[in-house]
Design a binder for this molecule. Sequence first.
Ligand code: NAP
Ligand code: MG
Length: 490
Amino acid sequence: MIELKMYSNGEWIGSENKDKSKVINPATKEVLAIAPQATKKETEDIITIAKQTFESGVWSEISPQDRARYLFNIADRMAEKQEELAVIESSNNGKTKLEAEYDVADAISCFRYYAGLIMKADGESYDSPDLMQGLIVKEPVGVAGLIVPWNFPLLMASWKIAPALAAGNTIVFKPSETTPMSLVKLFEIIHKSGLPKGVANLVLGKGSIIGQAISESHDVDIVSFTGSTSVGQQVMKAASSNLKKISLELGGKSPNIIFSDADFETAVDYALFGIYYGAGQVCSAGSRLIVHEDIYEEFVSSFIDRAKNIKVGPGLQEGVEMGAITSESQLNRILDYIEKGKKEGATLAYGGNQLKENGLEKGYFVEPTVFTNVSSHMSIVQEEIFGPVVAIQSFKNEAEAIKLANETDYGLAGAVFSQDGAKAMRVIKKVKSGITWINSYHTTHEGTPWGGYKQSGIGRSLGTYGLEEYQEVKQINVNLAVEPINWFSN
Ligand code: NAP
Ligand code: MG
């Protein structure tokens, strides 16, 4: 059995804690590895290493070009292991091999993007009224605590690790206990890249212990968290201990508005992609379909016809289009929400069951599920289910579509489908979300800022915004006339 190790100060280490956790393949329930559960003290020791390494300047004070060389090297090594990384990701998370391949490719691109970006001459200068020359410079924040969820383990990690390292921070990284496999592989790659020891550190174990220790530590200068809104709130509270910077990428319940003048097939197609991609375990999932009443019946029926044909199964199996639910607890959460939807009076128009035939009983699989006759107060419309469950509402006019779209505490993503360009633009501008599409869904790339309004988070990942999260901004005022100011009389 593989025993995973943590990585600190350039070495692979275990934990004193006798309790270990099992890492599971959710398509088969097979145990992939045994993982250590670091103690609070061990986490604090790893944070100390990161702090000492930051202060030593081996990383924070070398040139951006030198840091970029390491990041390009890491990207190249990831590219060499692209296939292996995709298989590992699919086995541990349950997603299809194709989805995993896209994740790995995007993760590599992200490292290359930040390597390039950090080499770009940056900073500003200004003439000040006091005969000063002013400069605005960016500096690394210090120790970055990075915490990611289980739905896109490698990709979410890369969205944080690449900009944090590019900016000159040292890092303490914590994956979800459920999905550490691809991250251990990434740290093997980082180790082989020759990154100075202590710059990148990996700690494994429980979020409630390690995540909490990172969030409350006075030696961590920024905590960047991706996960649920409720844990994000705990992170924010703990981070107040030393007023560290925070970056929070949280949950969503995103609206996908379909007007009657939309290209019908395109809208149905993207609506399916919006909710069932990643088995709906996607923060930006289009989990609320808001469809114009004139096409409602026809839309629902075409949507269900296509949902029926989605091939659900083990992610590594040829031809499978929707993979497993990542854990038993997530499976139960999804099934509980389906029960709640029924109890609250919504119509279960399709699906709603765990799949337990043809070998699928060996893992955690749920049918693509469709609820109709839903209303805004229902929990299946308000709360993030994080599974292949969509709620379809109808609307009469533009104003009602916007009202329904914004009627949740979340504000992560959203889309509008219409062939009337002006209307689509008008409506999308009123949707209170940070990531939006017109006549599309989910497509994005590392150059554009990713993040949410309202309870979907604080700050932005990716693009230049994503780099700035990991930087402090300093003004330097240089006196051009070095003589006394004579404010006080002699
Ligand atoms: P989660 O339960 O909030 O966990 C996220 C991470 O936080 C995990 O590594 C978890 O560790 C850790 N954690 C748990 N308790 C903690 C605590 N008290 N302090 C600090 N860290 C703690 O979320 P999840 O169930 O893994 O992931 C699903 C959620 O992530 C969804 O809400 C989804 O929308 C969100 N998400 C958002 C984005 C975005 O870009 N906005 C992207 C992807 C996912 P353990 O798992 O080891 O306990
Ligand atoms: Mg969790």
